[in-house]
Structures are given as structure tokens and as C-alpha cells.
Write a protein that binds this ligand. Structure first.
Ligand SMILES: [Zn+2]
Length: 410
């Protein structure tokens, strides 16, 4: 039996680590609070008879033997670290779900043919070192020692140093990442972090693809002038040009597809004074889609828009591309498997994209990967008000458990 009491006990225990008086949590990767949570998890994994080890990237991995241990493992997990002032559901649900499914197999004395490995990915959130999914990047061979030394937190401590201080051996990274074929399949359960499932009154989201961003820093150079003496026809107002870019970018995403999004969420104006025509503005632009070609079309439309605004406004506009990541398609056979399991329970599900990045996105490079969402109340996430109902969580845990068991059986 999947035991919701046992699940809740662990949930309550771990959510104490880094808990804030306002109801939220700050459990930055490899901080004291994260270590308390990690140690608690390790103890529970050992109690569940898992063979536990911590890899050079700080990932906590626990293996349950199969009847044929030469076969690749079915891997399942998520992350325990949080953003500052975050909520109690992001990441932890997927880690505890993995733990619970192993305990369930132990209770029922089920031996699967393939081994099962549960994992707590280190440093999934970008909050401490500025880059997300470090543990899964490492595990999949996307992060070398040199980069681990370069990534630093606000206090100047590198990811490499933080790992060493935590008793990990980051120097062993070159011989410890996974290669193709070592994992049979990867499964992750996560909260949706958006409003779609709740809005449509659905129980579960089966993720088809994970969107990736193209990001730009845009700098608009106009001219600062006296706001009273400069006629409207003789201005080079950088903020007016920025406004045109903001509205135009919104329109590009709206006209692209339901799954396209574009956001200008960052703006700095100079000199930012009421009686001066704005002389320069910098913008942060984030364009995302689950379809790579469609994203490229949005990026091209954005660049065309920049050119048009530059010509019309008389301002000089510079764009610098910060990243141009490739969206990840998740495995269709695993999606179908999840759909059939959900249908057998008569649970309402939706096939959907993920607008946020997850460890599953890295794992999908090495193995067939699946990502299951449960509804987030009001779509709120990375916020102390984040929540999901116990019923929804347990539906997710059950679906994950059945899918992993099925996958590990043959
Ligand atoms: Zn997360």
C-alpha cells in the first residue's frame, strides 16, 4: 500500500528544515538547512534498505537491487533545495514519492527485474550559484570541474568548494557521470507551478515537452533632454521605444501559439527622473516554447521588431543573446504508459508542456524520461503561498509508483 501517513510524516519533518516564520522556506542548495534535509533523507533511504551513496555532484542516490543487477536501473527522483522564501511543495514531493514507492515495494516484498534507483538531485534551483539543475548536469556529463570552480555564490564560495565542504569528491567527476544505456528510464513527479490543471479541474499533467528559453539583454540608447523644453517631435525617448518593444513582444507570443510565451520582466531606465526624457533603457527578454522551430520564428520576429523600433524611434538599440537553449521532447511511450495508468483509475489528465526547467530535461538526453505534474493551488510557485492538496499529491505518488514498478518489471 502507498501509505499517505508515512509520506506526510516525512513531508512534515523535512519542511521544518529552513522553515520561516512567515510560513515559507529557505533551503538553498548545500546550506545548513539543506544538509539537515539531506541527512534526514539519507537516514530514511537507509531504513528502506537502499544502498546509498553521494556522487561527486552532491546527488544523493539510493539503489534497490533487482533480480538481474546487470540490467540498467529505472531512476526516479527530484530535488530538496528551494529558492529563498520559497514554498513547501516544489521538488520535495518528487523525492518523497520516490522514497514511498520503494517502501511500498518492500512492504509487498516485490522484487523487480531491473534495479530501481532513487535520487535527490543537488542544486536544482539557480538561486545559490546562478545556474539551475547542477546535479543533473553533472550526472549527465554536462558539467566539468573547471565550471564547478567558476560557479560562485554571493559569498564567493564556488559550487566545487561547497561540494568539498559537504564531503563530496568533485574531482572524481570525470569518471562518474552516466552514459547512454546505463539508465532504463527516468521518472519525475513535480508540482505544476502554473494554473492550467486547476483551471481545467484536472488531476494530473503528463508532460510532452519541456520548453527552453532564448534570452536577450536589450540596451536602448536615446537622448536625455529637458522634459519641458524638448518638443515631442525632437525627442529620442528610450522608454517610449522600450514600451513599443514590450507591447510588440507580447503580440509576437500571442500570435505564435498557445504554448508560446514571451516576457520582458526586467527594465532599468536612466536617469529615471520625472522631468527628464529617458536617455537609456535596458530590458531583459525571455522567449520560450516547446517547439524549437517555432521559438526560432519568434526570435526572428523579435529581431525584426527591434529593427523597426530602432528605425522609427531614432534610438540606437543593441541586443545581446544570453542563451538559446533547445526544448526537450519527453518519451512518447512513457507518456502513453502514464495515460493508460491514469485512465485505469479514471483520473482526469492533460497532456501539457512544461514552461519551467526540470532535472528530467537533462535526464532525457540519456534515457527515455517522463515528467508528471500535479495541480498547484492558484498556480502559485516559488512563493510561500505555494500548495497542493494531499489528494492530488497521493494521486501523483500512486501514478508514479505504478509506472516505475511496471517499467522495472520488464
Ligand atoms: Zn522544482
Amino acid at each position: 500500500m502507498i501509505d499517505s501517513k508515512r509520506f506526510q510524516n516525512d513531508f512534515c519533518a523535512i519542511t521544518q528544515f529552513g522553515a520561516l516564520e512567515n510560513g515559507g522556506v529557505t533551503r538553498l542548495a548545500l546550506s545548513k538547512a539543506d544538509h539537515e534535509a539531506r541527512n534526514y533523507l539519507i537516514k530514511q533511504m537507509q531504513n528502506a534498505d537502499l544502498d546509498v551513496h553521494i556522487d561527486p555532484y552532491g546527488n544523493i542516490r539510493g539503489r534497490r537491487a533487482g533480480s538481474d543487477n546487470q540490467l540498467p536501473a529505472v531512476m526516479v527522483g527530484s530535488h530538496l533545495d528551494t529558492v529563498p522564501q520559497g514554498g513547501h511543495y516544489d521538488g520535495i514531493i518528487g523525492v518523497l514519492a520516490a522514497l514511498e514507492l520503494v517502501r511500498h515495494l518492500n512492504d509487498e516484498q516485490i522484487t523487480t527485474q531491473y534495479p530501481i534507483e532513487i535520487i535527490n538531485f543537488c542544486c536544482e534551483e539557480s538561486s545559490r550559484f546562478g545556474v539551475a539543475t547542477l546535479g543533473s548536469k553533472g550526472l549527465t556529463g554536462q558539467l566539468g570541474c573547471a565550471q564547478m570552480r567558476q560557479l560562485r555564490d554571493r559569498d564567493g564560495i564556488s559550487f566545487y568548494q561547497a561540494l568539498q565542504q559537504s564531503g563530496c569528491s568533485p574531482d572524481a567527476e570525470n569518471r562518474s557521470h552516466l552514459s547512454q544505456g546505463e539508465i532504463k528510464a527516468f521518472f519525475e513527479l513535480h508540482i505544476e507551478q502554473g494554473p492550467v490543471l486547476e483551471h481545467h479541474q484536472e488531476h494530473l499533467g503528463i508532460v510532452e515537452a519541456i520548453a527552453a528559453p532564448s534570452r536577450f539583454r536589450v540596451t536602448i540608447h536615446g537622448r536625455s533632454d529637458h522634459s519641458g523644453t524638448t518638443p515631442m517631435t525632437m525627442r529620442q525617448d528610450a522608454l517610449v521605444a522600450a514600451a513599443q518593444l514590450i507591447l510588440g513582444t507580447e503580440q509576437i507570443a500571442q500570435q505564435s501559439s498557445e504554448q508560446s510565451v514571451a516576457t520582458i520582466g526586467e527594465i532599468h531606465t536612466q536617469p529615471n527622473v520625472m522631468n527628464v526624457v529617458p536617455g537609456s533603457v535596458s530590458l531583459g527578454v525571455d522567449i520560450r516554447d516547446i517547439d524549437g522551430n517555432r521559438k526560432q520564428r519568434m526570435v526572428a520576429a523579435f529581431q525584426k521588431l527591434v529593427h523597426k523600433v530602432e528605425t522609427q524611434s531614432g534610438c540606437r538599440i543593441l541586443t545581446e543573446m544570453l542563451c538559446d537553449d533547445v526544448p526537450v521532447q519527453l518519451d512518447e511511450t512513457l507518456q502513453q504508459q502514464l495515460i493508460e495508468l491514469a485512465q485505469a483509475h479514471q483520473w482526469r489528465y492533460r497532456k501539457m508542456p512544461s514552461g519551467a526547467g526540470h532535472d528530467a530535461m537533462l535526464m532525457a538526453r540519456l534515457a527515455p524520461a517522463a515528467l508528471i505534474f500535479i495541480p498547484s493551488h492558484d498556480g502559485i510557485s516559488h512563493n510561500i503561498a505555494e500548495s497542493s492538496s494531499l489528494e492530488d499529491i497521493m494521486r501523483g505518488v500512486t501514478l508514479l509508483s505504478e509506472a516505475v514498478q511496471q517499467s522495472a518489471q520488464g
